[in-house]
Design a protein around this ligand. Sequence first.
Ligand code: NIG
Ligand code: FE
Length: 389
Amino acid sequence: MASTLITGIAELTTWDDERPSITDAALVVEGRIVAWVGSAVEAPSVDSVDAVVHVAGRAVVPGFVDSHSHLVFAGDRAAEFEARMSGTPYAAGGIRTTVAATRAATDEQLTAHVGRLVSEMQRQGTTTVEIKSGYGLSVRDEARSLAVARQFTDETTFLGAHVVPAGPDGGAGDPTAYVDLVTGPMLDAAAPHARWIDVFCESGAFDADQARTILAAGARHGLRGRLHANQLGPGPGVRLAAELGLVAVDHCTYLDDADVDALADSGTVATLLPGVEFSTRQPYPDARRLLDAGVSVALASDCNPGSCFTSSIPFCLALAVREMGMTPAEALWAATAGGAAALDRTDVGRLTPGAAADLVVLDAPDHRHLAYRPGVPLVTAVWRAGRPV
Ligand code: NIG
Ligand code: FE
C-alpha cells in the first residue's frame, strides 16, 4: 500500500481525545487512511515511506463534513433572493418553483449539475457531503433525484416530505393524500437509493403528527430519521427529534429552554445552518446557548437554490464565529467531527490513525484564519481517501 509522509505542518487538527491539535506536526497516509500522526520530530523516516509532501508551515485540518445539502435541483431563484434583500420575507412555498424546474430537467442535466456543485464544494474543502432529494415530489422524480445523488455520496436522504406539491389542477395539493403517497409508493421507490429520511417539520410544510408518521414509515424501510425543524419559527420539531432519539435535527433557529434541554438529554446533534440566516435575513441560531447546555453542534451549508445558495463551509464557519458565539475551534469541530456525528460516522471528520485520509491544507498557519480571513480562498489542497483531489 502506498504511503505518504506529509510534514512541515504548522498546526495539525486531529480531534484525537488526548491530542486534538499538534503544532510542528506530521502525518502519514497509507492507502486511503491515516496511519500515523504526531510531532514532525518523531515522524517515521523519509526512507520508510513512498513519498514525502512538505506543506511549508501551513495548517492541516480534517476535510469538512457537510451533513446537510439539497444539491439535486434545476434552475435558480436569484430573483427571489433579490426581492428578499429588499424586504420580501422568505417563504417555504418558493420550493414549488424549483420543483417545476427539477421535474423538467433530464437525468443527465441533474447529474451534471450535482457534479458541478460537488466539485465546487470539494474545492472549498468538503470531503463528505450529504445530499437530499425534495425537489421532485413525485414517485418518479424523488426516485431519480436520489439515484442521481447516489452517484456522488452514500449519504443520501429522502425528503419527499419537503412541501405538499400543487395538485393536478395547479391548486393546493391535498396534504393527507400526499402523506399517503410519501409513505407508500414514493418511499418504496426512494428507499433503495437512500440512507436517511427527512421531513420539513414547520408550519406551511408538515406538522409533528405527519412527521412522526413519515419517519415511522421510513424506519420500516430501514431509513434512519432526521428533521428540518424550528427554522422559520418555534415549533414541535426539535422536541420530536429528541423524543425519537434521532441522530440529528437541523436548523434549530427558534428554540425555547425545553427544546435545548431535550437536545442535551437526548444527545441529538443540533445542525446549524448559518448560511440560511445570512441569505434570508433571519436571526442566527444561538450556538453558544446550545454548547453551554452540553448539546453537540454541527455546522453545514444547506446548499439549496432557495434559502441558501452557498456551497462554502469556510463561509458558514466564519458566520458561526462572527454571529453565533462559537470559538474558531468549536466552529471547526462542528464542521468536521460534528458533521460526522450528525451522520453517525466516526471514520471521517477527524485525523486519527484509522480514519479516512480526508484532509485540507490551509494557506494559513492555524485554523483560526478560517474565520479571521472570511471570503479568502485559504484551501490550497484537498485530499480525499488518501489522494489529492
Ligand atoms: O433547508 N427548509 C426547507 N428546505 C430548504 C429550503 C428549500 C428552498 O427554499 O428551496 C432549507 O432551507
Ligand atoms: Fe435544508
